[in-house]
Design a protein around this ligand. Structure first.
Ligand code: KIV
Ligand code: ZN
Length: 507
């Protein structure tokens, strides 16, 4: 079987999604998990775009040794040089050079002729090749580029040393048969195509990113660019989990393999959702909360008798554990450790002890502690690691007669306790204002949402907030059985990210 190279761009195109910004530590955590997932290439960022991106790519290049670590560069000398600076510490570095190729982009964006762009592509691939062997070239907006010119620019890039040529459907405009024919045309009309791997990079504006990618694989593409949960610019990129599981489930049709450790898919999906703040829709294929839930009686009956009747994938294949055991207040350390291991977590003793304490507190309030509760507890504990300010206590009074009032105690970066109080239009407003009096970072709240993570009146409430400061959006999450506490935790989480980012950029 031929192998399809899985090129993950969650940390580059995925992070480009509005509101999805990640800090250095979070990027490294995701890169570690992508390594466990078995992706072949991690596109770790766009080094020239910001000092933070440069630092993240350099760090990932140094720390993550198995996969290829790729840095993105426009076809400009300073971009290529900066990308090389960032990836040069990698065991397997790659520079990814891109330039627009469609007339629409050339005329309205770049204001350059086709000949000029062809020369830029050639020269910048050659420059990158002077640094390292593994070079990828992308003609941006390839699917709206005149095919004859596309063939020419690909030929020039391969001549200059590109070892992978990537065909982006940048604006998600193609439909599968059309995109497949484009790939076929490339194989037939680019004379030196045998010297490069053909890759595809599809966006999801018409909901066709996965279908287009799969069609391209059928027609000979052997690298596919994708993101976890399909996050990315606008409507996102092709989803890694959907592509990988289609290739696996329908290997009878595709006859290709990937090296993805599919049992890590669910864990990776949860981590990316948690750190980016992008929730996974319940009906999302493979990783949505309902993806393996059977509501209809006929389906349930069938699955009990023989899962294959209504289940095309065994949930365990993607790392969703069979929930045979429900934990409660009588469950001990051993049971929690086992459940955590089944959910894919291996915590050190200190982290485990904190999660265990939180679990006991929750089990006192809630009859049954489910897998989602446990995931939420772990996420909550991880959020409090390396905080700048920590929410120590909060007290709120509200109702239809009184003025909502909140008092908070925060532990500051110097280890001191800071207390303050505020009035608000409601309890959340009062809590946020009290926190603001201590933290004092100007920002605008752009989103606030709350949901219960399991059924039942005793469920944990999970709050997501997004705040904006200097045109950058920071996401925060918090979970608690008390929704006001959850809201305050989420706000603190967003503020801590903002403060950390400001510290990183002022270094
Ligand atoms: O969508 C796109 O065209 C891109 C390129 C940089 C590959 O992300
Ligand atoms: Zn893209």
């Amino acid at each position: 079987m031929d192998k399809v190279i899985i090129f993950d761009t969650t940390l580059r195109d995925g992070e480009q999604a509005a509101g999805g910004s990640l800090n250095l530590k979070e990027k490294l955590e995701i890169a570690r998990q992508l390594d466990k997932l078995g992706v072949d290439v991690i596109e770790a960022g766009f080094p020239i775009s910001s000092p933070g991106d440069f630092e993240a790519v350099s760090l990932i290049a140094k720390e993550i040794r198995r996969p290829i670590i790729c840095g993105l560069a426009r076809a400009k000398p300073e971009d290529v040089d900066r990308a090389w600076e960032a990836v040069k510490g990698a065991a397997h570095p790659r520079i990814h050079v891109f330039v627009s190729s469609s007339d629409i982009h050339l005329m309205h964006g770049m204001k350059k002729s086709r000949d000029e762009v062809l020369q830029m592509a050639h020269d910048m691939v050659a420059r990158a090749k002077g640094y390292t062997e593994d070079i990828e070239f992308s003609p941006m907006d390839a699917s709206r580029t005149e095919p004859a010119y596309l063939y020419q620019i690909l030929e020039a890039a391969i001549d200059a040393g590109a070892t992978t040529v990537n065909i982006p459907d940048t604006v998600g405009y193609s439909i599968p048969d059309e995109f497949g024919r484009l790939i076929e045309g490339i194989f037939q009309n680019v004379p030196n195509i045998g010297r490069a791997v053909v890759s595809v990079h599809c966006h999801n504006d018409l909901g066709l990113a996965v279908a287009n990618s799969l069609e391209a694989i059928k027609r000979g593409a052997r690298q596919v660019e994708c993101t976890i949960n399909g996050i990315g610019e606008r409507a996102g990129n092709a989803s890694l989990e959907e592509i990988v599981m289609t290739l696996k489930t329908r290997s009878d049709l595709f006859n290709v393999k990937t090296d993805i450790e599919t049992r890590q898919i669910y864990k990776t999906s949860r981590l990316v959702s948690e750190l980016t703040g992008f929730s996974v829709q319940p009906n999302k294929a493979i990783v949505g909360a309902n993806a393996f839930r059977h509501e209809s009686g006929i389906h349930q009956d069938g699955v009990i008798k023989m899962p294959i009747t209504f289940e095309i994938i065994d949930p365990k294949t993607v790392g969703i554990p069979a929930s045979s055991l429900v934990l409660g207040k009588l469950s001990g350390r051993h049971a929690l450790r086992e459940r955590l291991a089944e959910l894919g977590y291996s915590l050190n003793d200190e982290d485990f002890n904190r999660v265990f304490r939180a679990f006991k507190e929750l089990a006192d309030k809630k009859k049954e502690v489910t897998d989602r509760d446990i995931e939420s507890l772990v996420a909550e504990e991880q959020r409090t690691v390396s905080e700048v300010y920590h929410l120590d206590r909060i007290q709120v009074s509200c109702g239809d007669r009184g003025i909502p009032t909140a008092s908070v105690v925060l532990i500051g970066p110097d280890g001191q306790a800071y207390a303050d109080a505020a009035l608000g239009t409601g309890p959340v407003d009062a809590a946020f204002k009290a926190i603001d009096k201590i933290v004092k970072v100007p920002n605008t709240l752009t989103e606030f949402s709350i949901k219960s993570i399991t059924e039942g009146i005793d469920a944990i409430g999970e709050v997501l907030v997004r705040i904006e400061s200097d045109d950058i959006v920071y996401t925060g999450r918090g979970a608690d059985t008390d929704i006001i506490v959850a809201s305050a935790k989420a706000y603190m989480n967003a503020l801590n990210r903002l403060l950390t980012a400001k510290r990183e950029t002022s270094k």
